[in-house]
Design a protein around this ligand. Structure first.
Ligand code: CAO
Length: 645
């Protein structure tokens, strides 16, 4: 029997670290890489794995002890030198009829042929500088048959999202992690039952990975501002990786670990974190540049305190190579070599960097629902902000109500297609329409006005209108009539307060006029309609319509409407149901006037009838009010002399 004392390996910490948990007791059988104790410093918690299989003889530390590299943790009876007595003492799993862990018994007593199965502990590989990284998804289940390089778990730090690939093909025996666990290099992920060949092949001693070189010269702790050249850290074997986002500007104050730039290869996106607190002095790169390890990206003015180098390999427990006949963990440096398109709570198949994913996860945003406005449709932080804002303003009612989304369909299976990016205006309009449709309990009432005299009067004014350079259409009359109806029915000139306990009564009358432009729908606002003449309103509509089409509307042109008129009168149609432009509570949809036979004084007479539809928010206005508003509107349009009073 060989008893060996297991010591605290290089944990990359200066000074001693507290033992916060002892995970084994004398008599426990442990496999290599089973955790023995948990240490915690002010930077990280880390599990110290056993470099050997065997039976714990004695535990040499207790909770609360301060330990450092070289301190003895446990003494262990080496499984490889087990006595005959131990061989005769089967492990509990064997007694239960299960295959034992990959102990000496299984390789000597059972004398497995190369095809026999072995248990391979799979541990978290080098995390490329990260520690305490969260498990956000377990990609396999116990009993799953998996292939080499299949993703096992997805880890996500604030710098990168990464899958840990399987180092071999096999069957998942036991999963040792759960979602939410924090892991470091060496943490046991699962036990994999492999064929004898696979086990033998992977039992080669793990090649010790030299610590990555510091990319940033550590300035002396002078207390004076120092200029630090921040360089791209180890990219896990990737080079010529594209910069897809610069996350800071010159003059910005940044905190240590705050993202500076986002890189993206064809496999993953990662943020390069700041190695220290400081101020961005100058940015040496731009979006689209290709960088590799060591590329100079930013000059950072620090306070002179020596910061940790950016790419220094993290403090992580690592059994020494010689003492660790462990199956070699995946050598992928996951910071960049990992997939990011794996489904996760943060969003499946989305084009977004780790910082954005983290932000989304923290806010509970499903990134598949967010439209990206970054280059090539990449989702940037502003998109998540806008999405959340939309939800807060009611745009997420569908999600909140648990309505199922509309699935994306591959239409190319039915014929030729082309994907066309929506303009920003189109996207905003779509979002607002959905928000209004879902939030406002709509009622639409239909009516018509006899505009025979209005049209006769308009025809009479044609020459004068031309002289004034104004095109006198029915619209300014309609807008003016709406203003008068709003004054007579002030319950339409309100907005509902979000508290649901009060309304905001408006004493001004500004009316929006919907204008369809090639870029999308805009609703410029004619201000103080109640105080303007028909000519002034006509001139305002013409000016605002032209500005909308030329995309010259100002913010002021678009704000402050109490009510909207949407006219399709130039096109035709008899009726449509406009959507209330919340926070307004009503909208008028106007269709094309036409000559109709109207029964007056016991006979049918030809009259020009203007069909219109009033949609309103039934929370603010009831049906009787709607009917009265329509009557008033029809009365004013019927006899436009009333508008002059
Ligand atoms: N019934 C019959 N004819 C009508 C009418 C109606 N309800 N409304 C307008 N017309 C006529 C006009 O009189 C004009 O004909 P004439 O030149 O013979 O007089 C013609 O239709 C075109 O009018 P217009 O669209 O140029 O002018 P407008 O004042 O009605 O609209 C504006 C102004 C800015 C809204 C317009 O330029 C425009 O963009 N119209 C398109 C309609 C639109 O975008 N509606 C938004 C609907 S999306 O919800």
């Amino acid at each position: 029997m060989a008893v060996e004392k297991i010591q605290v390996p290089d944990i990359g910490e200066e000074g001693s670290v507290e033992v916060i948990e002892v995970l084994v007791s004398p008599g426990d059988e442990v496999s290599e890489n089973d955790s023995l104790i948990v240490l915690e410093s002010d930077k990280a918690a880390m599990e110290i794995p056993s470099p050997k299989s065997g039976v714990i003889k004695e535990v040499l530390v207790k909770v609360g002890d301060q330990v450092s590299q070289g301190v003895e943790i446990v003494s262990i009876d080496m499984a490889g030198d087990s006595s005959a007595e131990e061989v005769a003492q089967p492990a509990p799993e064997e007694a239960a009829g299960e295959k034992p862990a990959a102990t000496a018994e299984s390789s000597t007593q059972d004398a497995p042929a190369s095809a026999d199965s072995q248990i391979m502990p799979v541990t978290v590989p080098d995390l490329g500088g990260d520690s305490d990284v969260e498990v956000i998804e377990i990609l396999v289940a116990e009993g799953d048959e998996i292939s080499k390089d299949d993703g096992l778990v997805t880890l996500e730090s604030d710098k990168a999202a990464m899958d840990v690939p399987s180092p071999a093909a096999g069957k998942v025996k036991v999963i040792k992690l759960k979602v939410g666990d924090k892991v470091n290099e060496g943490t046991l992920i699962l036990e994999l039952e492999t064929s004898g060949e696979a086990g033998t092949a992977s039992a080669a001693p793990a090649e010790e990975k030299p610590a990555a070189k510091a990319e940033v010269p550590a300035p002396a702790a002078s207390g004076q501002p120092e200029l630090m050249a921040v360089k791209v850290p180890d990219l896990g074997g990737e080079s010529d990786v594209e910069i897809i986002e610069i996350l800071v500007s010159e003059g910005d104050k940044v905190s240590k670990e705050g993202g500076l730039i986002t890189l993206e290869s064809d496999k993953a996106a990662m943020d390069v974190p700041s190695p220290a607190d400081g101020k961005v002095k100058s940015i040496k790169v731009k979006v689209g540049d290709k960088v590799s390890e060591g590329s100079h990206i930013i000059d950072l003015e620090t306070e002179g305190a020596a910061p940790a180098p950016v790419a220094e390999t993290p403090a992580s427990p690592k059994p020494t190579a010689a003492a660790t006949p462990t199956p070699e963990p995946a050598k992928t440096a996951p910071a960049l070599a990992a997939r990011t398109d794996n489904g996760s709570s943060a969003g499946a198949d989305v084009y977004a960097g780790p910082a954005v994913r983290k932000m989304a996860r923290e806010l509970g945003v499903n990134l598949t629902k967010v439209s990206g406005t970054g280059s090539r449709g990449r989702i940037v932080k502003e998109d998540v902000d806008a999405y959340v804002k939309g939800i807060l303003q009611g745009g997420g009612a569908a999600q909140a109500a648990g309505l199922p989304g509309i699935p994306d369909i591959d239409f190319s299976q039915f014929g030729e297609i082309e994907e066309v990016e929506m303009s920003k205006l189109h996207r905003v309009t779509a979002q607002n329409m959905q928000r209004n449709w879902l939030n406002v309990p709509h009622v639409t009432q239909f009516d018509e006005a006899d505009v025979t005299e209005l049209e006769e009067f308009r025809a009479e004014q044609k020459a004068l209108a031309e002289k004034k350079g104004i095109k006198l259409t029915p619209l300014p009359f309609i807008v003016k009539a709406c203003a008068r109806a709003l004054q007579e029915h002030p319950q339409f000139n309100v907005s509902l307060h979000s508290s649901g306990t009060k309304i905001i009564q408006k004493k001004y009358v500004h009316i929006g006029v919907a204008v369809a432009t090639p870029a999308g729908l805009m609703v410029p606002v004619v201000k103080n309609v109640d105080r303007k003449t028909i000519w002034e309103i006509a001139a305002d509509i013409a000016e605002l319509g032209a500005k909308a089409k030329d995309r010259k509307l100002t913010k002021d042109d678009m704000q402050g409407a109490c009510f909207t008129v949407s006219s399709l009168g130039n096109l035709g149609g008899t009726a449509f149901t406009p959507i209330v432009n919340a926070p307004e509570v009503a909208i008028l949809g106007v269709s094309k006037a036409s000559i109709k036979p109207v029964y007056i004084n016991n006979e049918f007479v030809p009259r020009t009838m203007l069909p219109f539809a009033l949609s309103y928010d039934h929370r603010a206005v009831n049906g009787v009010d709607g009917g009265m508003f329509c009557n008033t509107l029809a009365t004013f349009l019927n006899d436009i002399r009333l508008l002059a009073l």
